[in-house]
Design a protein around this ligand. Sequence first.
Ligand code: GLA
Length: 462
Amino acid sequence: MTNRNAWQADELARAARLARELRAQVGADARIFAARAPGRVNLIGEHTDYSGLPVLPLAIDRATIVVAASNTSGELFVRNVDPTWPARTFRIERQILPFATGEWANYVKAAAQGVIDHFAARGASVSQFCGGAMIVDGRVPISAGLSSSAALTVSAALAFMAINSLELTPLNAAQLAARSEWYVGTRAGGMDQAASLLGRRDHALFIEFDPLRVRSVKMPSDAAIVVADSLEIADKSGRVRGEYNRRVVECSLAARILGRALGFEHVRILGDIVKRVDRFDALQLIEILATNSPAELATDLNDAARVLGIDRDVLAHDLLGAGPHRILLDARPLKVLARARHVLGETERVRRAVDALAAGRLDEMGMLMNASHASLVADFECSTDALDALVQAARRGAALGARLTGAGFGGSIVALCRAQDATHVIAQIDRDYYAKLGRQAEPARSILHAGPGADVMELAAA
Ligand code: GLA
């Protein structure tokens, strides 16, 4: 997978510095590997991936770097250069139990577990995996909706594979990493990990699922992407997780009810429907759903089971899972209709956006991004006042389109503008948002570029 061109000069320098530190710890003869994995910003296609429906993100030019060396201890020792995150050690075993919720090293555990699961399913035994030492240096803003967690998991997975002399294609690695957020209890789709692994300089990525595939779309040279952090923490391992998982349940329920109405079997996600209809028409599907289901269903799932004609407990097990990661729902009703309206409408917008972007029709792309935000506000209810204020500021500042990006409930917005207007957009955001908040604008907002995907290489002895 090695591609030195994927590394920026300062990333190579960081890796070399970390390698020197690691060498002091593991000895002059040890083989040292370095992995980099970028964060991502999603242009459009929000909350569609876990329904198996497409997304259009790009890998950003900020990455997490991990350097690693193997040892025979059977344990993995991980240290973060940021002292906020204490060093951790864990044993390499078939089932690696997570640390307490919110613990940063859970993302490293998720990576190791993902690699072990993948190769164990292909006949490897856990005793074949070695432990080692890793140093992590993350430069993707944390809890800002830019997938710092995917950057960490992907870089750690590549590093863990490298010290074990294992390699996968980027596409297979993306499949392996897709479920890594499940390890921390979030039922996320695979967008973030795929974007991190499949990124391409100056290109957005049209990513489809089941099976995972990607088509890169050249970013028009007259376009610029501005990302601005609301500074509201969108911590998916904490508060946001419950809201996120609730949406996953609502979308799956909508899919099952629609599947039954259409006479399709084994429908679990809305993508199962979109794949099977002769001609995909979001409005038509919403109408069918509206005539076959109440807009809201009680969380006890009794109504839902009745509508679906199945046993309530079977449905609950299927939808919520079991064990420590069983999804817990509070008493608010489940909004199946509004959630499906967003996801299906967003799918149409993503398809149009790919064509608009490829043809350089930036006005149309901006309009689609605005429509996406409106739908995320009204139907998906994952925006906040702060995100809305940022979106408004960006639009006042000549953005062609602006929307929340990532899971929402805090985090960042993404704005599209003409390259010559980018400083204007930023100035407006600074005035209307950060100044009013009394917060420093730097480095919360910036112009980001589509960068290359993740990479791993061996570092020569110094
Ligand atoms: C988070 C998840 C992704 C995706 C987005 C919303 O970033 O990790 O899988 O669901 O939210 O589009």
